[in-house]
Design a protein around this ligand. Structure first.
Ligand SMILES: Nc1ncnc2c1ncn2[C@@H]1O[C@H](COP(=O)(O)OP(=O)(O)OP(=O)(O)O)[C@@H](O)[C@H]1O
Length: 260
């Protein structure tokens, strides 16, 4: 469980996150919605240690994790997915997965000289794990394809796959469905559900696509102007006058997105 207490993130005089308080229940797939500029990504980045908060607290399973750097949160099982970095795009999908776990013996010179067998064993285990992940994602046929050459949706699956290389507990997904065709969107949503049901992952999903939120998320939290405006099922959120006002208030561009 993650508890966020009165979190603030200011950029100069601008309050991107302005007193956000929310709880993410263990085992949930929580949706985070809100008009453009509501502070969703900034909130993610503060929770995931990418940005330091101005003030406030983030508690994970009773432990204060406020401001911890991403690699420490990573070891605690809290991950934020990132797009496959350009430098990794010429590596195969399998190699991209094998790159994820840190602290491999092969990383130190000492081990390069004295631990060849151990390195070979670890590499075999990593390779087997990567292949198991590719199979779970039903993209085992892409194992030897360059990551930069697979489709946008398949790249998203690979991003999810990277979280599976390190037994993640809670995964933050920022617009994982953006620019993905409908069929792959169903595959991604199905994969998230399976990871949630079969492997106990908790997810927090930022998404503008309300169909995707509807398929996947309960509860849904709506942010506006840096704080939480409403929480409930998507149907409850859509019927909330403050939510409708927040979407309308940002101009016609966002009006249809909440479908209200
Ligand atoms: N590094 C930064 N410096 C200054 N302002 C920033 C910075 N990052 C974000 N902001 C501002 O903070 C506000 C919230 O941005 P954020 O990206 O968190 O919103 P969002 O809800 O994720 O929006 P969207 O749905 O459009 O992605 C925006 O007005 C944005 O311009």
């Amino acid at each position: 469980m993650i508890e966020v207490h009165d979190l603030h993130k200011h950029f100069g005089g601008f309050h991107a996150v302005d007193g956000a308080t929310l709880t993410i229940e263990k085992g949930s797939i929580t949706g985070l919605i809100g008009p453009n500029g509501a502070g969703k990504t900034t909130l993610f980045n503060v929770i995931a240690g990418v940005l330091p908060p101005t003030s406030g607290r983030v508690i994970m399973d009773g432990e204060d994790i406020t401001g911890l750097p991403p690699h420490e949160l990573f070891h605690k099982g809290l991950l934020r997915t990132f797009q496959i970095a350009h430098e990794f795009s010429s590596m195969s999908c399998r190699e991209n997965l094998m790159m994820v776990p840190s602290g491999q013996s092969g990383e130190t010179l000492w081990n390069t000289w004295f631990g060849r067998k151990r390195i070979a064993d670890e590499e075999r285990a990593l390779r087997a794990k990567a292949d198991e992940v590719l199979e779970f994602l039903t993209i085992e046929h892409l194992a030897d394809h360059k990551a930069g050459q697979v489709s946008g949706g398949q790249k998203k699956l690979l991003e999810l796959g990277r979280t599976m290389m390190v037994d993640a507990k809670i995964v933050f997904l920022d617009e994982v469905g953006a620019g993905v065709n409908r069929t792959l969107l169903y595959t991604i949503s199905d994969t998230i559900k399976r990871l949630n049901e079969e492997r106990g992952y908790t997810f927090v999903v930022i998404e503008h696509d309300m169909d995707f939120i509807d398929m996947l998320c309960n509860p849904v939290i709506c942010m506006a102007e840096g704080h939480v405006l409403a929480e409930g099922t998507l149907a409850e959120i859509k019927a909330n006058p403050e939510v409708i006002e927040a979407y309308l208030g940002t101009g016609l561009k966002n009006k249809d997105k909440v479908g209200a």
